[in-house]
Design a protein around this ligand. Structure first.
Ligand code: ATP
Ligand code: MG
Length: 183
């Protein structure tokens, strides 16, 4: 493989399409029942999920992973995403101890992004405990791996509540780690 192709490949992250596994887990955990399950299953399609990822990205491009394509790779559907040059936020927190400027910026980015998505009717749905949040080398927050939550999903409020708790738990964890609240 030539070097140029190598480099361009490393710009993308390929994520296999795995259906509604996580969504069904959440439906079970929250005891949302058969109606919610049926509702999700009947609306589900990788194309629709990709369309929603694009729309979420357009609402908060700075802080949401960029979806590039939905492709058939070796007979299986996969999402081609921008490759984020960074680590999971939760694995990086220990390095940020005492860096209150960056911690404050992270808190602000998370709150602003969740607020923007929610006020436009989009709910990530899987940020609990700081899950699915990456931090780039430049200090930017990037949300990855959204759940498939249709806009008019009847249980949207439950997910919004979970998301807000998630932001708080990330922020609290940061406070805990640095020992004092950041302004
Ligand atoms: N766009 C990306 N760029 C770089 N790394 C990524 C990207 N998307 C995901 N990853 C890495 O892959 C891991 C799993 O990704 P993701 O959250 O999308 O899948 P998942 O199905 O939830 O898997 P898991 O349950 O293991 O987290 C992430 O924790 C992250 O380390
Ligand atoms: Mg994940």
């Amino acid at each position: 493989m030539n070097k140029k192709l190598d480099e361009s490949l490393s710009d993308v992250f390929v994520k296999p399409e795995t259906g509604l596994d996580t969504e069904m887990f959440v439906v079970d955990e929250l005891h949302l029942g058969k109606n919610a399950e049926r509702d999700l299953k009947s609306r589900y399609s990788p194309k629709e999920r990709f369309r929603m990822m694009r729309r979420e990205y357009s609402l908060a491009s700075e802080n949401v992973v960029k979806p590039i394509a939905l492709e058939e790779i070796e007979g299986k559907k996969a999402y081609v995403l921008e490759r984020i040059d960074g680590d999971m936020l939760m694995n990086s927190l220990y390095k940020l101890r005492g860096n209150s400027k960056l911690l404050y910026s992270i808190k602000q980015q998370l709150e602003d992004t969740v607020e923007t998505l929610h006020s436009n009717g989009y709910v990530h749905g899987d940020l609990v405990g700081g899950n699915n949040i990456m931090l780039t080398k430049e200090g930017k927050i990037k949300l990855i791996d959204p759940l498939y939550i249709p806009k008019n999903f009847e249980y949207k409020e439950v997910f919004i509540d979970l998301d807000n708790k998630a932001v708080k738990s990330v922020v609290n964890l940061m406070y805990g780690k640095v020992g004092k609240p950041v302004e």
